[in-house]
Ligand binder design. Structure first.
Ligand SMILES: Cc1cc2nc3c(=O)[nH]c(=O)nc-3n(C[C@H](O)[C@H](O)[C@H](O)COP(=O)(O)OP(=O)(O)OC[C@H]3O[C@@H](n4cnc5c(N)ncnc54)[C@H](O)[C@@H]3O)c2cc1C
Length: 444
């Protein structure tokens, strides 16, 4: 009998797992369940769809016939409960779906705003394509829009709206943008670009309530009593892993579903990967959440090979996010941030808990190189680079990604990097080229 793999979630982790399973097992039955009526598409791509840079069809990496050719069944429906003893999933439509091995790849959802008026029509979030369509439709009717929150999503919504709405206000509860990941200079670069694009930034401004008429948003009121008239309010204050199914099935759940290095949960034959999984970080021994596209793909593939029986432990690489902040390509590598962000009540999308609070980061020294809009920041540990942020010119992002990921010993250049006025980009570029030559000569 062919093995029956069921995957709950047709996102990055779920689809990476499905295609990997197919490449490893040509006879298995593979069923991917999704409660998203649009199936699989790029969630990071929603930002470009909002700004109008790409058409909707470009969000979809697979056509239905490509999935059919791979013999992967995409099943539309919501899972309501899992019975890990009977190996069955109860669907909202009343069906029961049986499995031999199950992957939970249920992702995460925006944390809800908890303030008066949050239920009014015109209060939006950005989790999926349906939300993006709602934002676009709402922006067409609204003369002004207000965005609250932090991280990538709030920024992406603000930028999407300023293309569509005459007045876009971005309210920051704290002092500066994405303060637990970016440093002061990086936040200032992003904020400067937002302002230049015509977005009105309000610092130290917290929402008290949202007002409406006939069930629809008309204004927001801040805690200092300021009233901003608007027809749309977008909230992006962080995301929460979708753990309800796992919790009700008796799986061990912390902030996410706890998995071991094989992506096994506490129940036999049930695995978890992507935003919903809380994965062990070998550098610190802690279990952490990642809300990253690249991590979801990696984890989906690794979980699938273990589901197919390979028993290969997953060594979590340093977190990596290549994204765009206010039009500036930005790569975030390894441990880069500190503390909490006043604009977030939960982890932002495109973030990693490994970026904060590690011992290595506490003792690391930050060095930077700025030229025009380009900026490179590196966190130099005792012997290795523990993290880096590359904004604008990306020529150093690959070298830094490799040096951080491979934990290359940089002791020989540490003093030079830390010297006042050092040309850190030049030093790193030369060091990386030599290191690669050395690696190439070793591997023959
Ligand atoms: C607007 C936006 C911008 C982003 N930008 C970036 C970025 O710049 N860089 C970056 O690295 N990351 C970014 N991310 C985050 C990245 O997209 C996620 O980390 C990644 O999509 C997580 O993949 P996943 O497979 O774990 O979950 P998801 O992609 O969220 O997929 C979850 C799937 O589970 C399904 N599901 C859940 N519960 C059920 C149920 N009970 N029954 C049936 N189906 C269910 C859903 O329908 C969905 O198909 C962004 C995300 C968004 C929304």
């Amino acid at each position: 009998m062919p093995t029956r793999f069921v995957i709950i979630g047709a996102g990055a982790a779920g689809m990476a797992a499905a295609t990997t399973l197919r490449s490893l097992d040509s006879t298995a039955e593979i069923v991917v369940l999704t409660d998203d009526s649009y199936g699989y598409y790029s969630r990071p791509g929603l930002a470009y769809y909002l700004t109008g840079e790409i058409p909707e069809r470009q969000l979809f990496p697979f056509s239905p016939h490509e999935l059919r050719d791979m013999n992967i069944t995409l099943h539309q429906g919501r899972a309501l409960a899992i019975d890990p003893v009977a190996h069955e999933i109860a669907l909202e439509a009343g069906e029961l779906l049986s499995y031999d091995r199950l992957l939970l790849a249920t992702g995460s959802l925006a944390a809800p705003a908890e303030l008066p008026g949050a239920g009014l029509e015109g209060v939006v979030k950005l989790d999926n394509l349906e939300d993006a369509r709602r934002i676009i439709a709402g922006a067409q009717r609204a003369r002004a829009a207000v965005v609250v929150g932090g991280g990538i999503t709030a920024l992406e919504i603000a930028e999407g709206l300023r293309h569509r709405c005459r007045n876009t206000h971005y309210l920051l509860r704290g002092e500066r943008y994405w303060s637990n990941v970016l440093d002061e200079t990086e936040s200032a670069i992003v904020e400067g670009r937002l302002t230049a694009e015509g977005i009105r930034l309000h610092r130290r401004t917290e929402l008290a309530s949202i007002e409406g008429r006939d069930g629809h948003v008309t204004a927001v009121v801040t805690k200092t009593g300021e009233r901003i008239e608007c027809g749309l309010v977008a909230v992006a204050i962080g995301v929460q892993p979708r753990v309800e199914l796992a919790r009700s099935a008796g799986l061990v759940v912390d902030r996410g579903v706890l998995v071991d290095e094989y992506f096994r949960t506490s129940q036999r034959e049930v695995f978890a990967a992507g935003d919903v999984a809380q994965v062990r970080d070998p550098l610190t021994g802690r279990t952490v959440l990642d809300t990253l596209w690249s991590a979801a793909l990696d984890q989906g593939r690794a979980a699938a090979s273990n589901m197919a029986g390979s028993a290969t432990p997953y060594i979590k690489p340093p977190a990596l996010n290549v994204t765009r902040l206010a039009g500036l390509t930005t790569t975030l590598i390894g441990a880069v941030g500190r503390g909490r962000d006043a604009d977030l009540v939960a982890i932002a999308r495109g973030d990693s808990e490994t970026w904060r609070g590690t011992g290595a980061l506490t003792s690391a020294i930050s060095v930077e190189d700025v030229s025009e809009v380009n900026r490179v920041r590196m966190l130099v540990g005792e012997r290795t680079l523990v993290g880096a942020v590359v904004m604008g010119d990306q020529s150093l992002s690959r070298p830094l990604e490799e040096l951080v990921a491979r934990q290359v010993d940089v002791s020989d250049i540490r003093a030079a990097l830390l010297a006042p006025g050092a040309d850190i980009s030049g030093i790193i570029g030369r060091f990386w080229r030599q290191w690669r030559q050395h690696v190439a000569s070793q591997t023959g």
